[in-house]
Design a protein around this ligand. Structure first.
Ligand code: JET
Length: 252
């Protein structure tokens, strides 16, 4: 996979050289390029913003540098073109399903806006040449799209085939589309069996695999019902009598 990112703060993307995402680049699974938007300005002050037509607070990103950036990074004859992702609080909510979709793409191009956002014509013009999605990582406002792009990139890159040594660890997580897909994780414990007076639940020490599986599912169900009732509602039809019983007994 190739990833290009356009930002006025490309240094913000430096963590992508670290840890497992950095390793993915080292082994050639991934190529990441962060580009400084100001290289596509031509005025002496390298201006990227201007006042909004119609008035109002704050500044809007000028269309010209963005237009040149997208022309340079995604030429009209690029076949196939990249998928352009514009990070914005008003976009499609990012989730594991979108991450899995993006992990199947050969080329992603991230636009990280600052100030109040981009001139809308940048998005409209790009959409005639490449697939474009406005993407939100959640209902809050950041100072710019860079932190949101980092979240999306880390989530997508760990799904690339060959990225993790152990594909089991992918399938078992919260929100994966695997067998417990849609439920939150059950609580985890490791040694020692007693720590600061707190015991690991006895069933986990018992060696009864069936009881362990039941306990974990009950914990996952109760945790999900308590913290994310929206997720339980979507699963309701798939719950069996034992599941419903666990939800009727929130404690124990
Ligand atoms: C964000 C993403 O805050 C987020 O993204 C940065 C941002 C902030 C303010 C405006 C903005 O405009 C983007 C734009 O898109 C067309 O103009 C981007 C919060 N959740 N996810």
């Amino acid at each position: 996979m190739r990833i290009d990112i356009v930002s006025i703060f490309p240094e913000y993307l430096a963590p992508l050289g670290l840890s497992l995402v950095g390793k993915a680049q080292q082994v050639g699974l991934l190529e990441v390029h962060a580009h400084e938007l100001r290289q596509w300005t031509h005025d002496r002050h390298r201006t990227v913003d201007d006042t909004p037509y119609g008035g109002g607070a704050g500044m809007v990103m000028r269309p010209e540098p963005w237009g040149e950036a997208l022309d340079a990074l995604a030429p009209a004859d690029a076949e196939p073109p990249p998928r352009l992702l514009v990070m914005t609080p008003s976009g499609r909510r990012f989730d594991q399903r979108l991450a899995e979709e993006l992990a199947g793409e050969p080329w992603l191009l991230f636009a990280c806006a600052r100030y109040e956002g981009l001139d809308q014509r940048v998005v409209d013009h790009a959409a005639a040449r490449m697939p474009v999605d406005d993407v939100s990582i959640g209902d809050y406002v950041l100072n710019g799209g860079e932190a949101a792009a980092l979240v999306v990139i880390e989530t997508v890159v760990r799904l690339l085939p060959g990225f993790l040594g152990n594909p089991e660890s992918l399938r078992e997580e919260s929100h994966s589309t695997g067998e417990r897909g849609g439920l939150l994780e059950y609580p985890l414990y490791t040694k020692p069996a007693e720590w600061r007076g707190l015991r690991v639940p006895e069933v986990l020490l018992s060696g009864h695999h069936g009881q362990v599986a039941r306990w974990r599912r009950d914990q996952a169900l109760r945790r999900t019902a308590q913290r994310r009732p929206d997720l339980i509602d979507r699963l309701r039809d798939d719950l069996d009598p034992a599941d419903l019983d666990a939800l009727d007994r929130p404690e124990d």
